[in-house]
Ligand binder design. Structure first.
Ligand code: ATP
Ligand code: MG
Length: 553
């Protein structure tokens, strides 16, 4: 896989087929294709949004068109500037840039003017029913709704009342503005939907200028049109809202009318993405913040050390479909692993250090260590080898099962990039655990120049006791214990082991690397190097293949 990777949507996915048809029909030229990425600034972006960005920015890139960053801020009580800033940073991190940044609130004046126009043309009316009454009179999938007693108000009266709403003369929920469409429509969204509501709330951008706010379904097609969006790409749950999207465009005479196209959301196994849920995790203290490395947020992935290129690659591989499905989380991990395998330097650390003394070795020497076997151009660097080493406790067995190829009493193993050693003796602690392993090395078995003729199957990592550095290793598991969410509150499903900390011994090279550098710790996994105060921290990005881990644990 090469880098930088800016994969475009795969050749002619179904969205591109529609765009191609529009171009062929002479509706627009390729470079006029315009999309928008429309987050609501009520939380941080998550990996599902990466797919939406891939589709929106990717489609625009493909045609040489434009993609705007559009903040859907029609819901003032939940929106914050903190989220706006975080969203911007996350989009940039993922590698995308927008043509223009705008907000639904930029268009509030025009959205309001359009509402007056709908009223004057008899297409909208002020309704005094409460939200509950409106819900109760909407009907069901099989029963038509009931017309509001206020439906017959004259345009003059509606205009007067709507202005009074705007001027703050009513309390929240006392009145609303509804589109006058069809209470018997088979599509519930078309049964006189509310298009403006009264909400005495301070907006993060317009302050107290407004006490009425447009509803998403009404505001969105207008904002798309005013930005010049040609193709409004959204997720499948908006499919049933498309007739309303079109109704707004037709009623207001938009030309050219933006076209809404729905695609399937990204769903990942054992991963809950809704912002409501992620927010709860943060607010209830189950995680350290939105960017906790266990979070599926983009800031969490970044903090975890997952490269943006791997996220883009994942999005391009899963493709763009019209039908919902669930993607295995392990597939995402495989994409991350593939990227890191090609790009990450190798290093050695032992998570559970046990002392190993090479009794027949004196002095010390520098051995050559391959920086990345998957990338020959990466070359080699030196590692120090000496008489006193540490190996991982899991690589030695006092009671080895059959076919145990790591170190055992009277057995051989190769120390990675160094020598073959033979275990001569073991000293135990009082509790029976291994205190120290005594080995002799085979001088002719040096890696790269092995003339010993001894065949060993096991290769293990090690660190030099004289210059190794202590490190805190953090390993992660899913935040939730099981895949089945049904019925249970997530707070009862939190995985208490989602973070595991061990005291490791690491090569000094790791301490000298720049903060944030990803490494493959040999036979352990991919880790990000970071520093907290004076402490070296190695934070797990992704384990090595599951089967490998099971074997080595
Ligand atoms: P959430 O349910 O997580 O709060 P949302 O849809 O409310 O998500 P928005 O900020 O409104 O979040 O989303 C911005 C865009 O990202 C929308 O077009 C939305 O459809 C899209 N999006 C959100 N989640 C996903 C997902 N899992 N897969 C693909 N696109 C998504
Ligand atoms: Mg939303």
């Amino acid at each position: 896989m090469s880098d930088p990777t800016f994969p475009l949507p795969e050749a002619a996915n179904f969205i591109e087929q529609i765009v191609n048809e529009d171009i062929a029909a002479g509706k627009l030229r390729p470079e006029q294709v315009q999309t928008r990425f429309p987050p609501e600034p009520n939380g941080y972006l998550h990996i599902g949004h990466a797919k939406s960005m891939f589709v929106n920015f990717g489609t625009a890139l493909k045609y040489g068109g434009k993609c705007n960053l559009f903040f859907d801020d029609t819901n003032p009580s939940k929106e914050k500037t903190e989220f706006v800033d975080a969203i911007r940073a996350d989009i940039r991190w993922l590698g995308y840039d927008w043509a223009r940044e705008c907000y639904a609130s930029d268009f509030f004046d025009t959205i309001y003017e359009y509402a007056e126009r709908l009223i004057r043309e008899g297409k909208a009316y002020v309704c005094d029913l409460s939200p509950d009454e409106i819900r109760a009179t909407r009907g069901t999938l099989t029963e038509p709704g009931t017309e509001s007693p206020y439906r017959g108000r004259t345009p003059e009266e509606n205009l007067r009342l709507f202005r009074a709403m705007r001027d703050g003369q009513f309390a929240d929920g006392e009145k609303c503005l509804r589109a006058k469409i069809d209470m018997a429509s088979p599509n519930v969204n078309m049964r006189d939907p509310v298009i403006y509501r009264i909400l005495h709330a301070t907006h993060h951008r317009t302050g107290d200028k407004w006490c009425i706010y447009p509803m998403y379904d009404y505001a969105h097609p207008i904002c798309d049109y005013l930005q010049g969006v040609t193709h409004s790409l959204c997720t499948l749950e908006f499919e049933d809202h498309r007739p309303l999207y079109d109704w707004v465009g037709i009623s207001l005479g938009f030309d050219p009318k933006p076209r809404q196209i729905e695609f399937a959301r990204l769903n990942l196994t054992n991963t809950v993405m809704s912002k409501r849920y992620l927010k709860k995790l943060v607010e209830e203290g189950h995680v350290r913040g939105w960017d906790d490395p266990r979070m599926p947020t983009l800031s969490g992935l970044r903090n975890r050390g997952i490269p943006a290129a791997a996220v883009r690659d994942f999005c391009s591989r899963i493709g763009v479909a019209k039908a919902n499905s669930e993607c295995e989380y392990s597939y995402f991990e495989a994409c991350v692993r593939e990227y890191l395998n090609a790009h990450a330097e190798r290093a050695m650390a032992v998570l559970s250090p046990v002392r190993l003394t090479v009794t027949n070795y004196e002095g010390e020497e520098e051995l050559s260590f391959e920086i990345n076997q998957a990338d020959e151009a990466a070359g080699t660097r030196a590692v120090r080898f000496g008489k006193h080493l540490y190996i991982d406790a899991s690589d030695f067995s006092l009671d080895p099962p059959p076919k145990y190829f790591r170190l055992k009493k009277d057995g051989y193993v190769r120390l990675k990039n160094a020598y073959i050693v033979h275990c001569d003796d073991v000293a135990l602690n009082e509790d029976g655990s291994v205190k120290e392993i005594f080995c002799s090395y085979i001088p002719e078995s040096r890696s790269g120049n092995d003339t010993s003729g001894i065949k060993v199957k096991g290769v293990i990592q090690w660190v030099n006791a004289d210059d190794c550095v202590p490190a805190e290793v953090r390993q992660y598991e899913s935040l939730l214990r099981d895949a089945d969410f049904a019925g249970q509150d997530f707070s009862e499903r939190m995985n208490a082991q989602s973070e595991k900390i061990s005291r490791a011994a690491a090569e000094p090279y790791l301490a000298s690397a720049a903060d944030g550098t990803p490494f493959q710790l040999l036979r352990t996994g991919y880790y990000k190097k970071c520093r907290e105060g004076d402490a070296l921290v190695l934070s797990e990005i992704v384990p090595l293949k599951d089967n490998f881990n099971k074997k080595s644990k």
